[in-house]
Design a protein around this ligand. Structure first.
Ligand SMILES: Cc1cc2nc3c(=O)[nH]c(=O)nc-3n(C[C@H](O)[C@H](O)[C@H](O)COP(=O)(O)OP(=O)(O)OC[C@H]3O[C@@H](n4cnc5c(N)ncnc54)[C@H](O)[C@@H]3O)c2cc1C
Length: 368
């Protein structure tokens, strides 16, 4: 690949799941990238993620699947249930990819374990904490990146994995603000022994009552479950200072065991849920968006982190297969934009009583 230097200098802004996965993907292609993260430590909220077959295929390619397998549980089914526990839909996880005979499952992982595994495959000297990017100046074929701490660097390519409130997106690609979904998500991890025997199999369950959704993801390898409750709220603050009384009041039609689990939770996070409208352009010659900065989506299809990881895989492959960085960015955008547009659209569909499938994405992406 031609760049100003023989070895292109690649900088990733943000060390969330997207930034970290991209660094691992690039390394697998023999490309070192430096990551600059604003936080003083890399932490993840207590919650689970269902990793889907196309994501797992990248982990296999990058040589990290054994680590992932050790720290995750297999799930064969997803169910949508009424709040009282009556099952509306029970389905095998879809394959969504070619030629993987082991499909029909997802692997359920704690977010903190996922980020730890990714970080364990990145040389620590490539990760720079306490570096908040505050401006980027682009030139024809390189960018200057400036940080709040006074440091500046130059790069042939800046990969902005800086999340839903991306500074890079708003400086270069879209001034449009994130869109509030009108809901709050409460998320907690609890011990299986405190779940009244409700979640002993490996099925991922979504309980619904109108616009209230309770997501229960078994993390059997940890003897824990991930318990997320989405309820309506008009409070738009990103991290609302709120206790769980409002959430509990929405669960009155739910099975008494679910109400009891929610009432007993002590450690939880509460976030206002936002997404963004599709961004038409992600790339300049030397800057690109990735993950939530490019296409933040609501959590109803459980795809945001999956998309960020797959972005990293496709970007690394595109850089490896191209003669120039602009050519690689074009390929990356062409492969990822249609997929992420579709998931952004589907993710606005909250699971509801009329659901005939747990996986609306099957129609668009299941290989025939
Ligand atoms: C309630 C809920 C449930 C979800 N469940 C799922 C699920 O089951 N499955 C799934 O696939 N996805 C799920 N998601 C989506 C998923 O969490 C996100 O899509 C994913 O974490 C995005 O990763 P990212 O790396 O793009 O962004 P982020 O995780 O937001 O990381 C961005 C990083 O950039 C850093 N940063 C920001 N600005 C700067 C700056 N100026 N300079 C330096 N660093 C900066 C931040 O500190 C952060 O570390 C869920 C989301 C929510 C809200």
């Amino acid at each position: 690949m031609d760049a100003r230097n023989k070895e292109p200098k690649i900088v990733i802004i943000g060390c969330g799941i997207g930034g970290a996965a991209t660094a691992v993907a690039l390394q697998n292609e023999g490309i070192n990238a430096e990551i600059y993260e604003q936080a003083s430590a890399i932490t993840e909220v207590g919650a689970g993620i269902g990793m889907r077959p196309p994501t797992i295929n990248f982990f296999k390619k990058w040589g990290i699947y054994e680590d992932i397998e050790r720290k995750s549980s297999l799930s064969n089914f997803m169910e949508i249930l009424l709040g009282n526990g009556d099952v509306l839909v029970k389905e095998n996880w879809p394959l969504l990819t070619n030629g993987d005979e082991e499909g029909g499952w997802a692997r359920l992982i704690h977010r903190a374990d996922l980020i730890d595994i990714l970080l364990s495959h990145i040389p620590p000297e490539l990760i720079h904490l306490k570096h908040r990017c505050d401006s980027i100046i682009t030139h024809e074929n390189y960018a200057e990146v400036h940080f709040e701490n006074g440091k500046s660097i130059e790069a042939d390519l800046v990969i902005a994995a800086d999340g839903i409130r991306s500074l890079v997106r708003s400086n270069f690609f879209s001034k449009v603000d994130p869109v509030y979904s009108g809901t709050h998500a409460y998320r907690a991890i609890l011990d299986e022994k405190d779940s009244f025997g409700l979640f002993e199999d490996n099925t991922f369950k979504v309980f619904i009552d109108g616009d209230v959704n309770v997501y229960v993801m078994p993390l059997h390898h940890r003897n824990q479950i991930s318990f997320d409750v989405t309820v309506p709220s008009e409070k738009v603050a990103w991290r609302p200072d709120i206790d769980k009384t409002a959430m509990l009041s929405y669960l009155k039609n739910f099975d008494s065991k679910i109400q009891a689990i929610a009432a007993n939770i002590e450690n939880y996070t509460c976030r206002a849920v936002y997404d963004i409208e599709p961004v038409e352009s992600w790339n300049s010659n030397c800057v690109t968006l990735l993950g939530d900065s490019a296409h933040a989506m609501l959590h109803h299809q459980g795809q945001g982190a999956n998309m960020a990881i797959q972005d990293g895989g496709v970007l690394a492959e595109s850089l490896s297969d191209s003669k120039t960085i602009p050519e690689a960015l074009k390929k990356y955008y062409a492969r990822r934009k249609p997929v992420t547009d579709k998931y952004q659209e589907l993710s606005r569909q909250q699971h509801n009583q009329e659901a005939t499938t747990a996986f609306p994405e099957k129609e668009a992406f299941e290989q025939k």
